[in-house]
Design a protein around this ligand. Sequence first.
Ligand SMILES: Cc1ncc(COP(=O)(O)O)c(C=O)c1O
Length: 401
Amino acid sequence: MAEKMQALVNRGNEVVMKTYSRFPIALDHGEGMYVWDMEGKKYIDFVAGIAVNSLGYGHSALSSVIAEQAVKMIHCSNLYYTEPQIALAELLVKHSDFDKVFFCNSGAESIESALKIARKYAKMKQKAGNEIITMLHSFHGRTYGAVTATGQEKYHKGLSPLLPDVCHVPFNDFEALKNAVTEKTCAILLEPIQGEGGILPAEKEYLQKIRKLCDEKDILLIFDEVQCGVGRTGKLFAYQYYGVVPDVATFAKGLAGGVPIGAMMAKDFVAEAFQPGDHASTFGGNSLATAAGVVVMKELFENGLLENVNKNGAYLTQQLQKLQQNHSCITAVRGIGFMQGIALNIPTGDVISLCMEKGLLLVGAGYDVVRFVPPLIAEQKHIDEMIAILEEALTLCENKA
Ligand SMILES: Cc1ncc(COP(=O)(O)O)c(C=O)c1O
């Protein structure tokens, strides 16, 4: 590796905590679907900051709105009203089935808000208990509530005691869920498409049955759309793709095109459970992030971004399935729109590293999946370019295996 980049990697290893296994490259700038490292090497990016950079890099409308807002006002407290925050909330309400938004700064925080409002709701309704059921193989974030909700033991190690009264059941298994529900259950939380767990979409009938169960038993249904929301499925929310409306939804990642933001939305009957003082966030809904969020919403609804995901998401599926026909190491092609994955029977790490060498950024999910979560602006030519590199890497890795 060139000296300048290696020096930065070394400096980073000295001073930044090792919570990530990082690739030994330093990215410097981007344009559209591409990023460049410090040494000037170009990569086509199908990671997008892990499903964050919805408008790609250097988007002119996004960067000018951020620059203008930075001059005008970056932040003011939620003690006051601001135009960008209200404008983003109005757009989210208009394009969803929810009545109210709570803004925060990340996916984990949006989950914390959902867990808290679920328990506040149970208390308000004088329900028998405050138990929350979530799914095995789920991922909801790293704060204590979110990591407790996460149904993967590896993330729980060394952290006990976790939040009480949270249990996990197998995903896409309605009987197991039904059997776990008691009179103390106040909420069910799930990702409509499990992301970190390995790109596993829920079955439509499963979600429909859960909705019915929740209605019968006055249990809140919460969808974690942090990864699958904000246009990834070709709809604003994945629940709209499935046609099953939850009571609460959380999202984050792509909403402000890379500026940190998170949000939890709810119907009025749930939102009532939060009264002044019950929950808060200093930075949540700040002017800069929400102004950026308005640009993303406009791109999705007014400038054809959702149509692009629908059209090119279908093309991505088609191309991945074609690749599967020629490569027996691909055991499954899964996902919706621009949230897809291929399961492999060869080490995913080798494939991802080789793709990086060849100028393609990809990220894994679960233990055997290579994930595709590109910027929502990806076109057919970008998918073709990605597939060509991936095919070369798969061929080399298969021959080695
Ligand atoms: C479904 C889901 N929920 C929650 C989170 C946590 O989000 P954050 O890392 O912004 O806290 C993630 C992050 O990958 C996620 O995929």
